[in-house]
Design a protein. Structure first.
Length: 277
């Protein structure tokens, strides 16, 4: 899934599948817990409703990457406050729309898909407002796909034990985990020298990359000649779910979805220092 146009096709398919699922979801299920701690299924949909990608993209395409009315300036961004605002806004949307939440959510989801579908070939790099700092349209497309597919998993994995991410969504998300990795690491002064974790991913798309941890930051880089301290092996879905914080490293190791070679202490330490994006 190299081009933005191919990614839009994935977004459209994921949106249609999610809408069909929600339309069939019994009314009593909306109050059940989701895989997002502290959120019901209705809260997750309230969160997705609150992500007004269409407005940000439309303004960005018109050359306006400034904060919309009521949104914080980039210079005032605080990650903890940002996360708390997201949490509270989801609850507020759920309460405001009540039984009409699905009826309100579907047009907004359709609008975001249509806006991305209409982006011209020369417009994907135009900057758009995002609280931590402006991002190009193509990055917001990746965010929209990640938000939709991951939160669909948060809901569907609790109502269907056999639910899996689609191969196409895994292919996109595997290429976007760098953002999740940057937000997922917890600083650890106990790291005396960089630790190199290698991931070999097999099926449905193959990939290999290194996640390098220091005591202050974590980043992804291509595999190189440097030996890895730990080499993990897994399929693409497991890789995505771990990187996006939906599957704990300890659980993935315990059930065999994730295997490794190298220092067992460092392998377990990855799960302790890395909580998922």
């Amino acid at each position: 899934m190299v081009t933005p146009q191919q990614r839009v096709i994935v977004l459209r398919a994921e949106a249609e599948d999610f809408k069909n699922y929600l339309n069939e979801l019994p009314a009593e299920a909306w109050s059940q817990p989701s895989a997002c701690a502290g959120w019901t299924i209705a809260d997750v949909v309230g969160h997705l409703y609150g992500q007004n990608f269409a407005s940000r993209i439309t303004r960005g395409l018109e050359g306006d990457a400034s904060p919309p009315e009521g949104a914080p300036a980039v210079a005032d961004h605080d990650e903890d406050r940002f996360a708390e605002d997201i949490f509270q806004r989801a609850l507020s949307n759920r309460e405001q729309h009540g039984e009409n939440l699905l009826e309100s959510f579907i047009p907004r989801l359709d609008e975001s898909v249509q806006v991305f579908n209409n982006v011209g070939p020369d417009d994907w790099e135009k900057p758009c407002y995002w609280p931590p700092g402006p991002e190009p349209v193509r990055v917001l497309l990746d965010m929209r796909i990640a938000e939709l597919t991951m939160h669909a998993w948060d809901i569907r994995s609790t109502t269907d034990a056999g639910y899996h991410l689609s191969d196409d969504s895994v292919g996109v998300l595997m290429q976007t985990v760098d953002r999740a990795v940057r937000r997922a690491f917890r600083p650890d002064e106990g790291i005396q020298q960089p630790i190199r974790y290698r991931f070999n991913v097999i099926g449905p798309y193959e990939a290999a990359c290194d996640i390098v941890m220091t005591n202050q930051r974590t980043h992804i880089e291509p595999c190189n000649a440097q030996p890895a301290d730990v080499t993990f092996r897994c399929d693409g879905e497991t890789y995505v779910l771990v990187m996006y914080g939906r599957l704990k490293v300890f659980d993935a190791l315990a059930d065999g979805r994730l295997t490794f070679d190298g220092d067992p202490g460092l392998a377990v330490g990855f799960g302790r220092r890395f909580v998922g994006g």
